[in-house]
Design a protein around this ligand. Structure first.
Ligand code: KIV
Length: 272
């Protein structure tokens, strides 16, 4: 008899319902095995286009193609069973028109079976967010520092440092909410403004370098694991995985060079 117990996966409405409740835990994930580990602890996993920089060594997220997002999205879906999986729409795949966005977002949903997509932009993307949500595609919005606009922004800087900048960012939050987004990432938004937006809008805010008052938090997994060579100041490193990998590889290299590896009793049978 099958022992398989189906696990119910969280949905975009489940995340929306967490507004003002228990903080939402999320991380980026790009591959199956780390997704399976994180799945025990997080509410959603984001297949972020940051994978272009973190996994593929690009200087920015701009070169990431849609097919790469789909490939990593499928891997994360195979690893995670309970968390909602959200896949980022990469630069150039959605900005041209609502119908371009629908065409590509539908491809992402069909080919990965993820539960939602994320796209960057506030007021300028409101029409598109409305178009997608009306047609069955849950959208997570992303405002503040939007890395796909790096060439316009001129660098990775906190947004809303002066009160004069607040009104436009607050408007971004309001319009993506009205357009139907089920949550919004607030990236690198000055702390008092991120806290204020969280009080103002009825959908969960997910902070990254923003405010502890947000309804949830997200970090790039490799950054919090201590695996990224350079991280922004706000990132707390919860592990030293980069150092652990280097230590293990050094020991392996020493074993090979001293002919201590493999051990004679090693076999191809799997360990228990
Ligand atoms: O691509 C990404 O990792 C993201 C997070 C920083 C929110 O968009």
């Amino acid at each position: 008899m099958s022992q398989h117990v189906a696990t119910k996966r969280l949905t975009a409405p489940d995340i929306l319902a967490r507004k003002g409740g228990e903080p939402i835990v999320s991380l980026t994930a790009y591959h199956a095995h780390t997704a399976a580990i994180a799945d025990k602890y997080v509410d959603f996993l984001l297949v972020g286009d940051s994978l272009g920089m973190v996994m593929h060594g690009f200087e920015s997220t701009l070169p990431v193609p849609l097919d790469l997002m789909i490939m990593h999205g499928r891997a994360v879906m195979r690893g995670a069973r309970r968390a909602l999986v959200v896949v980022d729409m990469p630069f150039g795949s959605y900005e041209e028109s609502p119908s371009q966005a629908f065409h590509n977002a539908a491809k992402v949903i069909k080919e990965t079976q993820c539960g939602a997509i994320k796209l960057e932009g506030g007021r300028r993307m409101a029409e598109t967010i409305h178009f997608l949500t009306e047609r069955g595609i849950p959208v997570m919005a992303h405002i503040g520092l939007t890395p796909q606009s790096i060439n316009i922004l001129g660098g990775f800087r906190t947004q809303g440092r002066t009160r004069e900048q607040w009104a436009l960012i607050e408007e971004d939050a309001r319009v993506v909410t009205e357009a139907g987004a089920f949550s919004v990432v607030l990236e690198a938004i000055a702390e008092p403004l991120a806290a204020r937006i969280t009080r103002q809008i009825p959908i969960p805010t997910i902070g990254i370098g923003a405010s502890a008052a947000c309804d949830g938090q997200i970090l790039v997994m490799e950054d919090m694991l201590g695996l990224s060579p350079r991280v922004p100041k706000f990132v707390k490193e919860f592990g030293k995985v980069g150092a652990a990998i280097e230590g293990a590889i050094r020991m392996y290299a020493d074993d090979v060079r001293s002919r201590a590896f493999p051990q004679p009793e090693n076999t191809y049978d799997m360990k228990e």
